[in-house]
Ligand binder design. Structure first.
Ligand code: FES
Ligand code: FES
Length: 178
């Protein structure tokens, strides 16, 4: 008797490595279709498969915010989501924020306020700030600080980061109260 006809798992094992999945995403405005192992995170898709290394891998556990990107305009930790879960989504990384030569207002504000030292957390901070402004929930500076608390800066550049985001909020007409 063929053992696989009784034990479905035996059949799976005999097939060797699991198959890949086809995923289609719009990344920074360009449609990308990829064949990926089902366990590929969005972060690894961006960095390893597309070479978009602006998005950083810090903890790889959802605790530092270095990997923050925008998915359909909302900020998420790219290390915590599988690429296959984002089928059809629009993903924006730090590479996709500028409009041609013109920096995104949050990027420009980070430069103006010198809001980084080593810069490792910066792409995540910037994407997170863009998501925060999209959300429109931060009404005060304290709320701004709280809603950015998922983004860790090991250099301690927080005062300048907050000043930069506050300026970008002011420019977008959503100035937080003090
Ligand atoms: S690398 Fe994703 S939260 Fe740290
Ligand atoms: S600027 Fe170095 S970790 Fe934030």
């Amino acid at each position: 008797m063929n053992p696989s006809s009784q034990d479905p798992a035996a059949g799976e094992k005999s097939e060797g490595l699991p198959s890949t999945h086809s995923v289609t995403l719009k990344i920074n405005g360009a449609e990308k279709r990829l064949e990926l192992a089902p366990w590929t995170t969005l972060l690894d898709l961006l960095r390893e498969h597309l070479g978009l290394t602006g998005t950083k891998k810090g903890c790889d556990h959802g605790q530092c915010g270095a990997c923050t990107v925008l998915v359909n305009g909302k900020r998420i930790n790219a290390c915590l989501t599988l690429a296959v879960m984002q089928e059809g989504a629009e993903v924006t990384t730090v590479e996709g924020l500028a409009s041609g030569e013109a920096l995104h207002p949050v990027q420009a504000a980070f430069i103006e306020h010198d809001a980084f030292q080593c810069g490792y957390c910066t792409p995540g901070q910037i994407c997170s700030a863009v998501g925060l402004i999209n959300e429109g929930k931060a009404k005060t500076v304290d709320e701004l600080r709280e809603l950015m608390s998922g983004n860790i800066c090991r250099c301690g550049a927080y005062p300048n980061i907050l000043a930069a985001i506050e300026q970008a909020m002011r420019e977008s007409g959503r100035s937080p109260k003090r």
